[in-house]
Write a protein that binds this ligand. Structure first.
Ligand code: HEM
Length: 187
């Protein structure tokens, strides 16, 4: 069955007790290979494929180095499907109270939902209120992180690796110094 798409602007209008919609994101994960535990928030851990974590760490390192990666291999733990739930009929029944749901409407409620550490039963219950997905083209554009001291205009794939050398060279010098000390002690 075709997924019903909603504009982001339309969804955020349903933000009161008589008419309450929530946006809660699911994650798109590949299911191949080794799985590792990933800490999604304070008390929430997910089992995710190691390849996804490697790509995510690669993105974080690239971000700190100020380089832009052109490809992430198609994997991401931050590639959410923005699902829309009409919880109007569930407000009074919600064990956490209606107020939290109304407060979480009109914006992306994923973090609020995950922070509570909802049970599998709660996740199963959600399905009753699912009414479609956000049309991705209507999502507000997020500002990507730019490190304060480094310009983010360089591109790893275009061959500008000099910034990486700035970090790698001192690390190599430290490693050599450590090895020399270690061997001279043994002799
Ligand atoms: C469709 C969406 C939601 C469903 C179906 C749902 C369902 C449930 C259920 C079944 C529980 C009982 C505990 C459990 O089984 O985990 C619960 C508790 C709770 N929920 Fe939700 N919930 C939803 C969204 C949210 C959101 C967006 C928030 C935002 C903060 C929230 C906050 C809470 C809180 C604070 C509790 C009480 C936790 C406790 O007392 O330990 N819920 N929810």
């Amino acid at each position: 069955m075709a997924v019903e798409l909603h504009d982001f602007e339309e969804v955020v209008k349903h933000d009161r007790s008589g008419d309450c919609w929530l946006i809660i994101s699911g994650k798109v994960w590949s299911s191949k290979g080794l799985f590792v535990l990933w800490r999604a928030s304070t008390n929430v851990f997910h089992l995710v494929p190691a390849i996804v974590v490697i790509h995510e760490l690669r993105n974080v390192v690239a971000c700190h180095l100020g380089v832009k990666l052109t490809s992430n291999g198609g994997h991401s733990i931050s590639a959410p499907v923005h699902k829309v739930y009409n919880v109007t009929a569930f407000l009074e029944e919600h064990p956490g109270g209606d107020e939290v749901l109304v407060n979480a409407s009109g914006k992306d409620a994923t973090d609020d939902f995950e922070d509570v550490g909802h049970s599998d039963d709660a996740r199963e219950k959600m399905k009753e209120f699912y009414i479609g997905e956000i049309d991705k083209s209507t999502l507000p554009v997020k500002q990507s992180y730019t490190p304060p001291s480094l310009s983010s205009t360089s591109n790893l794939d275009s061959g500008d690796s000099s910034k990486i050398l700035l970090y790698i060279v001192p690390l190599l010098i430290l490693a050599v110094a450590f090895l020399l000390r270690f061997y001279s002690k043994n002799e």
